[in-house]
Design a protein around this ligand. Sequence first.
Ligand SMILES: [Zn+2]
Length: 418
Amino acid sequence: MENMRELFYNKCNDLISKKRNDNSFFLSAEKYNFLISEVNISKDKANKQRNDYRRLKRYDVLNILGSNKLIVPLKPGETNIKYYVKNEELFDIIQQTHIQTGHGGRTRMIKELQCKYKNITYEIVMLYLSLCIQCQTKQKAPRKGIVVKPIISSELNSRCQIDLVDMQTCKDGEYKFILNYQDHLTKFIQLRPLKSKTAEEVAHNLLHIFLTFGAPNILHSDNGREFVNKIITELCLMWDGVKIVHGKPRHSQTEGSIERANQDIQNLLRAWMYENNTNKWADGLYFVQFTKNTAYHEGIKQSPYEAMFGTKAKMGLFSSSLPRDKLHELESEEHLENIIKNMNSENIDRESLQESSDADQHDNNNTDSENIDRESLQESSDADQHDNNNTDSENIDRESLQESSDDEQHEKKISSTF
Ligand SMILES: [Zn+2]
């Protein structure tokens, strides 16, 4: 891992040396600190000039637990903080996102990173991916090259799929198979370790799932109609309040996607075992399940978790806007309350006095820089070239896309099959 960091920064420095000095994507610690002091000066100025407004349109500074963070100014009502990242933070942030997304490829990584960080480019993500050994050695299931038509699901047509992944060559104690249960509509999966592939054991596991999430109308499996029938019979013995029919055999076109999905689970498990230095994949299954369910799914344009629950999955405070490097200091609710209070009072301090009567209303909003924003929006709208975030991210895309044509070949080699 250390070796990878070194390699990453060597290549990263090469890349930066080819950029113009005033590029706004790569921030040395020096430039980062310079921007922070410039922004603070602009914020405190009584008579703001055009340059100040322009700066405050792009940058804001937030003091969290004693350290200044450069962020994108929040729009009214916005609570999701986007951070600017220093070059020296790039590796850790990208690596952590990569592992969290189960060695996610280009699209997933960009999607995740864009939620939290402003200046991480496509190019640098590709650089990281080219160095990940796990991704390079990932095994690929054959692609059939046919676009799989999604099975249409509606209320009367709710259907789920069960598949067994054979792990007999790599047993974990008594566990030899993986039950992969998937809802067709949301793509939400549930993974369970199995000691055998008897209908009874499968049905027993399904019963737990059904009694938590509800049961589908139709159950499919590529393991054969007879197998599904046995499972349904077992299920009805355990729970006479359920009625499920077995699904029609599906077109062979979809087989490729099932193989891919199973290969995908095995790849993620392998990566998990490597990262945790263990062979106990039965424990890893739940992590893989979470990773799969919370990763952006191209087919449904959201994560299965969001499709299922209508909200993004949380990982406690790691899902909050607080910077990761500060979270290890946090241990109690009292401490958390203090941070929230400080973040609020900082913004209130900066408000002009006549608006202080509004302050009460802002108390509940952890990170409100509404006032600064409203002011700068009004007075600089025609002067500013950076109209909104979209224009900015378009610029990022454009710049990085131009330089990425060689990378594309490479991506094909390492892209995941999610
Ligand atoms: Zn990887």
